[in-house]
Write a protein that binds this ligand. Structure first.
Ligand SMILES: [Zn+2]
Length: 452
């Protein structure tokens, strides 16, 4: 019998009802301490006898092992025993507890630290965990960061080697495969995060690629990597697609914003890959221009705002139908209208600049602007970002919320691996793979809410 706590209450009211958080934390810590005492005692009792002759090994000295758990920081007394002289041994002493506990943080704590850090800042993760659990000694943001990064490293170590080409086999083999399901759609997008290794104004930022892969049915999966750090971008993307059942004869549609770096990636992955500009990125740009046009005031042409809005609507219609040629003509008309006044306002000049940039964008990406309307009507995917951009979902929400957050490419990359696993509900299965006795319920609704 162990008495772990005594709880006193006076009159019943809503604030005296049941356990207080501090009491519950104290209780958990005490209950675990009793359990741990018992586990340590049993472990030592089972191992004290020499496996060869059965005699008890002699005690040499005792060290303290500090192990962090969700329910307190444990200071375990770890005895060192002399090896039994009945047999030749490679070592002179033996510490059974230290041998049994090579890691000094329990997987459950590691898991929660990694999971929270995948969703919110390291500092907030540390505070939340310390507030709700009897963690024991103070939990610092730096410790959460180290642990989350270690989880990222471990996830990375499971990724197979990079290959120049993942499309193995040839057309003949692919024709033999059973007909796959409807196309897989992959959205790829680039974003920038603030660099901590800034030496000049130019290297103040580095690019992060985010992606989302959507099978026709089943959940979407996201992924991310730091372009300049990652040496296995193709393998990474390949594994995501494979886990969603991609076959070599599967049609995969890549939707991007048109950047060169993301445009090349699909080619190596799948012989049936098709690349298109994500409709989301076109419509976002058009929305920005329309907002700007609404605010136009021109002394020379009072109708300017209305005319420009009409032309933008026409431009959208032309692009929706994949008519790049006439879309470019309409952009020229817009440029002329915006340039054709004697006293252009600053807003007007700004819009002219944006329209001109958009013209360059459409010209550079014309080959990958399909007839969206037709594809849409036949049920094909034309956008991977229905509500918000993939890069915002995967990268920005965690990494660029605050401008002052600065990242090293490596730590940004590793955190992205953890974040992707959290968003994909794959972190708990990874821990189960690493620690067979690890047992937590599947990703909680709370995490889903936070991620959304
Ligand atoms: Zn012996």
């Amino acid at each position: 019998m162990h008495e772990v706590a005594q709880i006193d209450r006076e009159t019943l009211s809503v604030d005296t009802l049941g356990l207080h958080l501090e009491e519950a934390k104290h209780l958990l810590e005490k209950v675990q301490a009793v359990l741990v005492d018992e586990q340590v005692r049993t472990c030592l009792a089972e191992q004290v006898a020499c496996p060869s002759c059965g005699r008890a090994r002699a005690h040499k000295d005792t060290k303290t092992i500090v192990t962090r758990t969700l329910f307190g920081t444990l200071h375990l007394r770890s005895p060192r025993w002399r090896q039994c002289p009945c047999q030749p041994r490679t070592t002179r002493t033996f510490s059974p507890l230290a041998a049994g506990l090579p890691e000094r943080t329990t997987p459950e704590l590691l898991y929660l630290e990694s999971k929270f850090a995948g969703l919110v800042s390291y500092g907030l993760s540390a505070r939340w965990l310390a507030e709700t659990l009897p963690i024991g000694r103070p939990l610092y943001a730096s410790a959460v960061r180290l642990h989350a990064q270690a989880t990222g490293e471990r996830l990375e170590s499971e990724l197979g080697p990079e290959q120049s080409m993942f499309a193995d086999g040839c057309q003949l083999d692919w024709d033999e495969l059973p007909r796959p399901d409807l196309p897989l759609t992959v959205g790829l997008d680039g974003g920038y995060v603030h660099s901590s290794q800034q030496r000049s104004r130019r290297d103040g930022w580095f690019e992060v690629i985010a992606g989302k892969s959507m099978p026709t049915d089943g959940p979407a999966k996201c992924f991310g990597f730091v372009q300049t750090y990652d040496i296995k971008p193709k393998r990474r993307l390949f594994e995501v697609l494979k886990s969603q059942g991609m076959q070599m004869n599967q049609q995969v549609t890549f939707l991007t914003d048109g950047g060169e770096d993301v445009r090349d990636l699909p080619l190596y992955l799948n012989p049936q890959a098709e690349h298109l500009i994500d409709w989301f990125h076109i419509t976002m740009r058009l929305t920005v221009m329309s907002q700007m046009a609404k605010g136009l005031r021109s002394r020379d042409n009072p109708e300017l705002a209305a005319e420009v809005l009409k032309e933008l609507a026409r431009l959208k219609w032309l692009l929706w139908h994949g008519n790049v040629f006439r879309a470019l003509q309409t952009i020229e008309d817009l440029q002329i209208d915006l340039d054709n006044t004697e006293h252009p306002s600053p807003e007007q000049q700004k819009l002219l600049k944006v329209v001109t940039e958009f013209g360059g964008y459409v010209r550079a990406n014309g080959a990958w602007i399909p007839n969206y309307g037709e594809k849409y009507r036949s049920g094909e995917a034309i956008s991977s970002a229905f509500v918000e951009s993939t890069v915002n979902q995967v990268v920005s929400k965690r990494m660029v919320k605050k401008q002052q957050m600065r990242w090293a490419p490596k730590s940004a990359h590793l955190l992205l691996q953890v974040r992707a696993k959290v968003l994909n509900d794959e972190l708990a299965p990874a821990f189960q793979r690493w620690y067979p006795a690890f047992d937590v319920p599947a990703e909680s609704a709370v995490a889903q809410e936070l991620a959304a």
